[in-house]
Structures are given as structure tokens and as C-alpha cells.
Design a protein around this ligand. Structure first.
Ligand SMILES: Nc1ncnc2c1ncn2[C@@H]1O[C@H](COP(=O)(O)OP(=O)(O)OP(=O)(O)O)[C@@H](O)[C@H]1O
Ligand SMILES: [Mg+2]
Length: 339
């Protein structure tokens, strides 16, 4: 029903504490009244019903993880585990161990048998996040598991059957990655039977007031505040911003504004989208101003992607090493921005 206001998907569904698996969270609401998100909600319903291989693509902060959780928690595996594997965060040498586990004594330091995430997710879903960052050497091994439904722990000779649904996501353009020979074509075809593309927030500005309303409610509860609304000027400012960090950036911005707000209505001043220098402060030198700008820019990038350095570097159009150097020079610690 494109156009209907603020549809929400399965709020508070599957609060299955008794199963021992983390239940769907109260904040797992997918907000979106426009056509673009309407289409996404339809695809989620198909994916949940059919277990067809899904790859969710979209810029940072567009809701890829939220959609993956929705697919799991509205499907037949809802009472079973939902596990996330961040394919970009584990070093190449440890990836196989994380995915498939190992037998005791498989290598120095392997003191006990260990199950990998595939076995841990038995009966449920495994969210392969940032799959575009998966090393080529691991891509071929993952493909084999997806085809055979079997894993082999490091140091073992027998295979173990696994019944796991996988849902993949990436903020890379997998077509371009394939052309650059960084992503295997056979794996791409295996995972992307149903591609779900999440549009950036700047292409669905009609959803901004709905999202603002939802975050107001949520943070009033969390912060113990009773803020009623944004002024029309503040809302216009939110609607016209470019949102490079998408919904996550909007969410952070609203929370900041609500923490700073004095009254029950948020105006342009408490929104403080483009904060200038404090009145009366001495005029900064060019050098100092540039330093401040770079530091605040790095912080904004990291905030927008919850402290994920690889994603922040991409956002800034820098390579990872340069971004690390900049953070070091400006004394920015990414751990401060991880939730
Ligand atoms: N349509 C939406 N409705 C409500 N909240 C949303 C929506 N999309 C995203 N969010 C919220 O925005 C934040 C970022 O979403 P999520 O972590 O799913 O994004 P992501 O695409 O996985 O980001 P990244 O690429 O950085 O990992 C979350 O707090 C999520 O709840
Ligand atoms: Mg994510």
C-alpha cells in the first residue's frame, strides 16, 4: 500500500525469551510510507515466506541489518537463532575458523573443539554482513557450504550437515566488484536470487517525517523526555539535508537534538545542524580551523557508521590506511562511536 502512513512490520513480534535466543527488539520497526519502502516490504514478505537467497544492498545506515532481522523474525525460523557474521571485520587467517570451527589440536592454541557460526546458527539464519568484503580465498569455501549444506571443522576429515538460512548484505556494488575480479561470479549468483536494494534516504525524503516521529517516541521513552515535535523550520532542515549516513545519521542527529533541547519543541537552534564557532571566541587561524574541521568530519563519518572504520573510509572516499592515519593524527578513537 504505497502512500499509507508509517507502516510497521511485525512490531514486537517473536518475543520468544523462553527459547533462549535473543528475540526481536522493540526497535525493529521498519518505517516507510513511500513507494520505495513499500516495495522493500513486499520483498521482505516474499523472502520470509520462501527462504529464497537474498542479498540486501544499500549505502551505510540504510537499514540492511534491520531488513535481515525482519526476514528472519517474520519467517518460519523466528524461534531459532539469528546470528551475524561481519565478513569485513575478521582477518583472513581467522575467517575459516569463525565460519566452520575447528577440532581440538587443529593448530597450536586450539585447546578445545569449537563450532563455527554455521553450526551455531543451526535451524536459524546466518546474516553474512559486508559480504562484499569477504576475502577471495574464503568466497570459494563459503560457496561450497551454500551448495552442499555441509561444513567441515578445521582439522577434521568428516563433514557435518547444517540447516541454516543465509541472508547476505553489502554496501559495495557487487557488479563492480565482480568486474574488478574481487567478487566471484558463481558466489554472486548463488546469493543474489532475490536482490533487495535499499534506497538512500535522500531519495526517499517523504519518509523523513515518519522516521522523525518514530525516533521522537523512541527517544522520549529512552531519555525520559516529553518532547512533542520539531518546528516546521527544523523539520524542513532535516528534509533538505543530504544524509550521507542515511537513517542512522538521522537517528543520531535527532537523539543529539533531543538531549540538547530545553523545551518541548525542537527548533533550528537546538537542532544545530551546521554548528558554527561559539559567539565571542577568538577568530581561529586557518591552520586551527582546518584541524577542527578535519577532526569533526572524521567524527561525523564514524558516527554515521557506528565506528566501522572501513565503512567510514568509504564514506569519505579515502582508503582505509589514509583514514587510519588521519584518525591517529587527530586523536580520534573509533571505539568511541561503536554503540
Ligand atoms: N526504515 C527504517 N525504519 C526505522 N529505522 C530504521 C530504518 N532504516 C534504518 N533504521 C535504523 O537506522 C539504523 C541503521 O540501520 P542498520 O544498522 O540496519 O543499517 P545498515 O544498512 O546495516 O548500516 P551499515 O551499512 O552501516 O551496517 C538502525 O538503528 C535502524 O534501526
Ligand atoms: Mg549493517
Amino acid at each position: 500500500m504505497p502512500g499509507s502512513a508509517g507502516r510497521e512490520l511485525a512490531q514486537d513480534a517473536a518475543q520468544d525469551e523462553s527459547s533462549g535466543h535473543p528475540a526481536r527488539r522493540r526497535t525493529d520497526l521498519i518505517i516507510g510510507g513511500g513507494q520505495a519502502m513499500g516495495h522493500v516490504l513486499e520483498l521482505i514478505a516474499v523472502a520470509a515466506r520462501t527462504e529464497i537467497p537474498v542479498v540486501i544492498q544499500g549505502e551505510s545506515g540504510t537499514g540492511k541489518e534491520l531488513v535481515a532481522r525482519a526476514i528472519h523474525y517474520t519467517g518460519p525460523r523466528a524461534a531459532r537463532p539469528f546470528l551475524t557474521m561481519n565478513c569485513g571485520a575478521v582477518p583472513e587467517t581467522l575467517m575459516e575458523d569463525e565460519l566452520f570451527g575447528h577440532a581440538r589440536g587443529a593448530y597450536t592454541g586450539a585447546h578445545a573443539d569449537k563450532r563455527g557460526v554455521f553450526e551455531e546458527a543451526e535451524g536459524g539464519s546466518l546474516f553474512l554482513d559486508e559480504i562484499g568484503d569477504l576475502y577471495l580465498s574464503c568466497q570459494v569455501k563459503l560457496l561450497r557450504v551454500l551448495q552442499e549444506h555441509e561444513v567441515r571443522r578445521l582439522g577434521e576429515t568428516r563433514n557435518r550437515r547444517v540447516d541454516v538460512r543465509t541472508i547476505a548484505a553489502t554496501n559495495r556494488d557487487l557488479m563492480a566488484e565482480m568486474e574488478a575480479r574481487r567478487f566471484r561470479e558463481d558466489l554472486f549468483h548463488r546469493i543474489s536470487v532475490l536482490p533487495i536494494h535499499l534506497p538512500p534516504l535522500r531519495e526517499r525524503r517523504e519518509d523523513i517525517p515518519l522516521l522523525v516521529g518514530q525516533f521522537l517516541q523512541q527517544f522520549n521513552r529512552e531519555l525520559g523526555r516529553t518532547i512533542r515535535a520539531f518546528t516546521p523550520q527544523a523539520l524542513d532542515r532535516l528534509k533538505s539535508h543530504a544524509w550521507p549516513g542515511n537513517v542512522r545519521e538521522l537517528e543520531n542527529r535527532i537523539k543529539q537534538a533531543m538531549v540538547m533541547a530545553k523545551g518541548e519543541v525542537i527548533d533550528l537552534e537546538s537542532l544545530d545542524m551546521f554548528s558554527g564557532g561559539a559567539p565571542g571566541a577568538p577568530f581561529p587561524t586557518y591552520r586551527k580551523a582546518k584541524e577542527e574541521f578535519v577532526r569533526s568530519y572524521l567524527v561525523q563519518c564514524l558516527q554515521a557508521v557506528k565506528g566501522n572504520v572501513a565503512a567510514a573510509a568509504r564514506l569519505a572516499g579515502k582508503d582505509r590506511k589514509d583514514f587510519y592515519d588521519l584518525m591517529k593524527r587527530h586523536h580520534v578513537d573509533p571505539a568511541d562511536y561503536r554503540k
